[in-house]
Ligand binder design. Sequence first.
Ligand SMILES: Nc1ncnc2c1ncn2[C@@H]1O[C@H](COP(=O)(O)OP(=O)(O)OP(=O)(O)O)[C@@H](O)[C@H]1O
Length: 256
Amino acid sequence: MTLSTFEMSGVSVTFGGLVALSDVSLTVAPGRVLGAIGPNGAGKTTLFNVACGFVRPDTGGLTWRGTELRRLRPHHLAGLGIARGLQELGLFDRMTVLENVLVGAGRHAKSGFWSSLLGLTKDEKALTERAMTQLEDFGIADVAQRYPTSLPYPVRKRVALARALVSEPDLLLLDEPAGGLSSAEIDEIGTLVRGLTERMSVMLVEHHMDLVMGVCDEIVVLDFGRVIARGTPDEIRADPAVQAAYLGEEVAGADR
Ligand SMILES: Nc1ncnc2c1ncn2[C@@H]1O[C@H](COP(=O)(O)OP(=O)(O)OP(=O)(O)O)[C@@H](O)[C@H]1O
């Protein structure tokens, strides 16, 4: 398997007069985890939304599998081998966990999703097996027939990740995967994400330093829509611009 490189180059986004991203470039190398981090309002969500086609940049563009993606749209993602895991999990309350995960398997279904779901094709068995394997890998096979609303948040988070992965993407985009989790649960998600890198590249946007530092090969730090630093976790920790920005935040917090 050859994984591809995902690139953003010179991406700028403005909302009205407000600059959300300014000339942002980044590269997710094959089989690597890249994290984009920054304080509230730094542009992380906008960056994520550009990567998955929800927001079209004013300038700049994306390259994936050697092709410029000028007109990336969310519904193109699965066909391009890109999956996303959203901060708001987006699970369907009236579907079981297994059915929710099957929704993510659309890319590999030869027939339509609904016919697969209703058991009308021979793809269904293979899809169900793959979905169950994914749930087993995440230690949640026992809840396959439960409904998401009956499960604790960290378990639902795993279901959402399983759903993103069952299509066997080459690139996974994650929006704040640590959100709402305890530090032990963040460690567990970190281990799961690290375990994916043999099969795919990962880009995540995240507020929590802990997860990003533990899991990422490379980090870009955003502040007011600009990249103020990039490098390995060690390089980021030592970066004067990052230290100034985060120390400033801590001092402001201590003063409150
Ligand atoms: N749809 C929109 N319309 C107008 N302004 C927006 C929109 N989306 C984001 N912004 C603004 O763009 C800037 C970047 O926001 P963004 O949500 O990308 O930051 P963030 O780093 O994800 O912040 P947070 O951690 O608080 O989610 C902010 O000033 C925000 O208010």
